[in-house]
Every structure is written in structure tokens, then in C-alpha cells.
Design a protein around this ligand. Structure first.
Ligand SMILES: Cc1cc2nc3c(=O)[nH]c(=O)nc-3n(C[C@H](O)[C@H](O)[C@H](O)COP(=O)(O)O)c2cc1C
Length: 323
């Protein structure tokens, strides 16, 4: 089933969610290859993008083979957010995704991100300005509401549609909930019923079956997969199989996990332009081992490595050592 975000047609219903420190270009290309129909960058800080800050612009690195792709901008000060959206367009993205869902304290303290949901009129103003500033479609990332006493995603969804937004991803937790407690999927259904533009559901999609359940339970147009795809791009291929009515493919074996992990590490090293042994790289590697019975041993081996190449050798030995 195709999903249309304005003139941008997605070939299917699965989205790789935006995740800071995770959904960089190398991982987006892997997720795409495994079946993600839309990939989204990590959130960029609008003031930094607007100023041309190198690290912020690096997050907006893209490649034609990952298209369709959205560049995400955190909702910040109005003029900066508009300027940052223009940069996203100039860089060749198909869509600009505005993040009004971020619950991080320093973001909220500046009335950015999820703080917008406290004020639907301010949200409407921002979205109208961004839509007017770019010629690519604008999408919105939002949550159920600010807190459990002010769940307003259906209202914000309508305001966004009126502002000209082409679609939205709704994480069915409130901003104050952050990542705690179960998502309330009934909000996704209500938001979907409130608008004609596509709504993608998000929250606790850990398996391919969860993705299908989300679509069935909420009637949403698509589903956005976040933590469930860390070290697990197979979640996309497995969910695509279920959506096509095929049997669920078996989970990847150790050799297959290792193969994709090593490719991912090499792609990161190329992207960063150096072979780093940062906590980020070790963490990335360990996600691929998280479901294995000997995770603790693999973790010990990974932490003992003193260089990037040593890490790769340690992982090879650990993944192959125990079957
Ligand atoms: C480590 C991490 C980083 C995240 N970074 C972003 C981000 O940059 N932009 C964004 O819109 N959402 C971000 N999110 C939220 C996810 O996109 C997603 O909405 C949320 O995790 C709910 O899905 P899940 O329960 O399946 O993980 C992040 C989540 C995590 C766990």
C-alpha cells in the first residue's frame, strides 16, 4: 500500500523513526535496504543549522539512494526553525519533519520541542510559517499531548492539517511520560479519525508483529519504528513480509547478525572518516547482540577491545564462538 505525503509517494507503510545518535546516514541506508519505506535524520537544532554549524549540518548529510528521506528539525525559535527548514530543502531532502515531541529537559526549558504541545495556537503559527517557507512537504512529529490531563493530539493534528502539513508521526505517549509507561494507542486512532492526511503510529514497536498490530488497532496509515530497530534492521524485512501476507521469516542467525553488524561498523567508520572506538560505536555493536544468550560475554569482549579493528575481531570471535 502506498502512502502519499503530498507529492511524495512512499512504497509502503514502514518508517525508520528519527533517533538522535542512531539514525545517521549509515544506519538509514541499512534500514532502507531492509525495507524501511521512509527514513528520517536525527533531529537537528534549528539555531545551529541556521548558523551553519558544521556538526549540525553533518546530521543533514544525505545520499540519493536513501530517498525518500526526511530531514528533521527540532521545533525551536520561529525564525530559526524556518531558516533550518530551508536548509533541509536546499540539501535535497524530500520532506522536512518538524519535531514537536522532544521531551529532553533542556529543550523544554527553552519552550522548544514537546513544549509546543502546551500551546496549539503557537504550534499552528510555527507550522504555517514552515509550510510557507519551503516547497517540499512538511511533516510533523508529535506526542499525545503535554501531560495526561491535556491529551490534545487530535486537536493538534487538525491544526497541523489546516496549516498545510502533509502527514504526521504520533508517538502515543505524553511529553511528561517521556519513554515511561505504555503508549495509549487510542489517541492514534482518534488523531487518524480527525484528519485526512496520513498518520503514522509510534510507540513500543519491538517486533514485526507489533508493527502489524499497531496498524490494525489504530487504523493508522503507517507505523514508525524506533528502539525496536536498534541492532535489528530485520524488523523491517520481517514486518514487510507480514504486511505482504507472507509467513514471518525466521529471525536472523548469529552469522547473519555478525555480517550486517560488521558492515554497519565499516560504514560508520567511513562516514566519520576515522576508525573510532567511541562509546557510540561499542553501543551500536552491542545492540546487535542484545537478544543473544551470551550477551554478557560479548559485552565483556567488546569492552576489552582497545581499537576499532580489535573490536571487530573480538566481535567475530564472540559471535562465532558460541552456537
Ligand atoms: C535514543 C533515542 C533518540 C531519539 N531521538 C529522536 C529524535 O531525534 N527525533 C524524534 O523525533 N524522536 C526521537 N526519538 C523518539 C523516537 O523517534 C520514537 O518516537 C520513540 O522512541 C517511540 O518509539 P519506540 O517506543 O518504538 O521507541 C528518540 C528516541 C530514542 C530512544
Amino acid at each position: 500500500m502506498r502512502v502519499h505525503l503530498g507529492p511524495v509517494a512512499l512504497k509502503g507503510r514502514l518508517v525508520l523513526a528519527s533517533m538522535e545518535e542512531h539514525t545517521d546516514l549509515p544506519y538509514r541506508l541499512i534500514a532502507k535496504e531492509f525495507g524501511a519505506n521512509l527514513v528520517i535524520t536525527e533531529m537537528g537544532q534549528p539555531d545551529r543549522i541556521a548558523k551553519g554549524d558544521k556538526a549540525a549540518l553533518r546530521m543533514l548529510a544525505t545520499h540519493p539512494s536513501e530517498r525518500p528521506v526526511a530531514g528533521q528539525v527540532l521545533g525551536g525559535e520561529l525564525e530559526d526553525t524556518v531558516a533550518a527548514a530551508r536548509v533541509v530543502e536546499e540539501r535535497g531532502f524530500d520532506l522536512v519533519d518538524v519535531n514537536l515531541s522532544c521531551p529532553i529537559r533542556r529543550v523544554i526549558a527553552r519552550s522548544w520541542g514537546g513544549a509546543y504541545l502546551k500551546d496549539p495556537a503557537r504550534t499552528g503559527d510555527l507550522l504555517r510559517r514552515v509550510v510557507a517557507a519551503v516547497s517540499i512537504p512538511v511533516t510533523l512529529k508529535l506526542r499525545s499531548g503535554w501531560d495526561e490531563g491535556s491529551v490534545n493530539a487530535p486537536e493538534v493534528a487538525r491544526i497541523a492539517e489546516e496549516a498545510g502539513v502533509a502527514g504526521m508521526i504520533l508517538h502515543a505517549r505524553t511529553v511528561l511520560q517521556a519513554y515511561r509507561g505504555p503508549p495509549d494507542r487510542s489517541v492514534i486512532r482518534r488523531a487518524k479519525e480527525a484528519v485526512r492526511i496520513p498518520v503514522f503510529g509510534a510507540g513500543d514497536i519491538r517486533t514485526a508483529e507489533d508493527a502489524v498490530r499497531m496498524l490494525e488497532e489504530t487504523g493508522s496509515d503507517g507505523v514508525s519504528i524506533a528502539r525496536g530497530c536498534l541492532g535489528n534492521p530485520w524488523i523491517f524485512s520481517r514486518a514487510q513480509a507480514l504486511l505482504a501476507g507472507s509467513p514471518l521469516p525466521p529471525p536472523p542467525g548469529r552469522e547473519e547478525r555478525l555480517r550486517v553488524l560488521l558492515r554497519h561498523l565499516d560504514a560508520e567508520a567511513r562516514f566519520l572518516g576515522r576508525k573510532d572506538l567511541s562509546t557510540r560505536i561499542v553501543r551500536l555493536a552491542l545492540y546487535y547482540a542484545k537478544d543473544l544468550p551470551d550477551f554478557d560475554e560479548i559485552k565483556r569482549a567488546a569492552h576489552a577491545a582497545r581499537s576499532f579493528d580489535e573490536l571487530k575481531r573480538a566481535l567475530q570471535a564472540a559471535f562465532r564462538g558460541c552456537r
